[in-house]
Each structure stands twice: as structure tokens, then as C-alpha cells.
Design a protein around this ligand. Structure first.
Ligand code: BEZ
Length: 236
């Protein structure tokens, strides 16, 4: 983990492959410790600028709607903002009344009202301030693997809402590439062909991908655009 630690700027940025801090925090599901909460699952921790704000309300509703899709992939969701636990409870009830009346909100919302986590994990948007002039939390997305390491992070400003279908899509890619020596091309969707990474020599690729490797012709004659059908099983 890279540390920046000056008087005005105290945060530690998470890099891909870093073990995510095993923080303890209050949430709408009670007191939680990250690694215990995750167990053997994947996790998505996502922050939002504030409860009872318009873009965040649409995002939280969409994440709640898609929650079964995340569970199918063995992914536990966690939201976070600098609001209080009571505000989280009240807001999540409102969100459910808009999207699925009568249902319980499906995942925890962490109350970081002392700003400890947003500062520690660099989840602030300095461009957007609350009524006291304090920076709001940005729209961060952290995807954490079952080994508790950071697999992906995306940082949106407060003024741009996220696309949770895209978050599911990248999780499909992360889970596929965690178990198979492949890479997913632009706009890949599950079921589409995948790509053979450049570091795999041709002879090894033929053994690794018995379904076939198809090379796209290039004017240079170079053979680096290599596709193979998406593997269904875990490679050893
Ligand atoms: C919103 O969630 O609507 C929002 C929050 C902060 C800044 C801009 C929009």
C-alpha cells in the first residue's frame, strides 16, 4: 500500500493486489469486521456522497435490485457514506419503498460519520463539499477477492452516477480470469470469446485451449490478436 502522510493530506491509497484493511465499523447490519463479514466470498465496497441525495438514491435502488445477481456470483455488497447509522436506516427504508415495497434492504450500509474510512482509503471528492465545507465521499468501487486482496477499483466524482450492470460485468471478467489464463476484450460479455494473453507462447496456448485458438490477420503478419472460446471450467 502506498502511503501519503502529510499534515493536510492523510490517506493511504489501495493498489491492486494489496490486502484490504480488516476495518471494523458500525453498519445497518450491526458491528462488522471486514474480513469476517466477507468469509470466503468476494466483496464490493462502494461509497456514495450522501444519504437522501438524488443520484445516490437511484444508485442504491439499482444496487438493491441487482443484489440477487451479486449473490449468485458469491459477492457480498457493502455501501458506505459519512452519514449516521440512523440516516442509513431511514434512507434504506425509503429506497426499498420505491423499488421493492415490503422488502428488507439486502446489504449493509456502513456509517463512517467520523470519516475514518473515507480518509484512510482515499474515498473523498474534494470538489464536492457538505454544508460545513467538508469534502463529501466520492463514488468509489472496490472489488475485493476471497483472498481479501484488492482486485479492481473505480473512482467516480459525486456528480456521475455508476452503472451497476458494468460492475457485474467486470466481476464476471475478474472471476473468469482468476481461474483461467485468459483476458477479456473490450465490451466482453459472458459467453463471448476471450483473448489469449501475449505472454503465453503458441505451443502452450494450443495445449491450454483445446477448443481452439483463432488468430486475427493483421497487415504486419504479427499474430498477437488471439481468441479462444470462453472456458467453462477452472484451468489448473
Ligand atoms: C447526488 O447524489 O445526487 C449528488 C450528491 C452530491 C453531489 C451531486 C449529486
Amino acid at each position: 500500500m502506498q502511503h501519503r502522510d502529510t499534515e493536510t493530506d492523510r490517506c493511504c491509497r489501495m493498489l491492486l493486489g494489496d490486502v484490504f484493511p480488516n476495518f471494523e465499523a458500525d453498519s445497518t447490519f450491526g458491528r462488522m469486521k471486514l474480513h469476517d463479514f466477507l468469509g470466503d466470498s468476494w466483496g464490493v465496497l462502494f461509497s456514495h456522497p450522501g444519504d437522501f441525495t438524488p443520484v445516490c438514491t437511484t444508485e442504491l435502488g439499482r444496487a438493491a435490485q441487482l443484489s440477487p445477481e451479486f449473490s449468485k456470483r458469491n459477492v457480498k455488497l457493502m455501501a458506505l457514506s459519512v452519514d449516521s447509522l440512523q440516516e442509513h436506516h431511514d434512507w434504506s427504508k425509503l429506497v426499498m419503498s420505491l423499488h421493492e415495497p415490503g422488502s428488507q434492504f439486502p446489504f449493509p450500509i456502513i456509517a463512517d460519520d467520523r470519516r475514518e474510512l473515507v480518509e484512510k482509503l482515499g474515498m473523498l471528492d474534494p470538489e464536492e463539499k457538505d454544508h460545513n465545507g467538508m469534502p463529501l465521499s466520492a463514488r468509489c468501487v472496490f472489488v475485493i477477492g476471497p483472498d481479501k486482496k484488492l482486485k479492481l477499483s473505480i473512482l467516480y466524482p459525486a456528480t456521475t452516477g455508476r452503472n451497476f450492470d458494468e460492475i457485474l460485468r467486470v466481476i464476471d471478467s475478474l472471476q473468469l480470469t482468476a481461474h483461467n489464463r485468459v483476458a477479456t476484450p473490450v465490451d466482453w460479455r459472458p459467453g463471448n470469446s476471450v483473448m489469449v494473453p501475449p505472454r503465453i507462447p503458441e505451443t502452450e496456448a494450443a495445449m491450454l485451449f483445446p477448443a481452439g485458438v483463432y488468430t486475427k490477420d493483421l497487415p504486419s503478419g504479427k499474430k498477437y490478436l488471439r481468441y479462444t472460446p470462453q472456458p467453462n471450467t477452472h484451468q489448473q
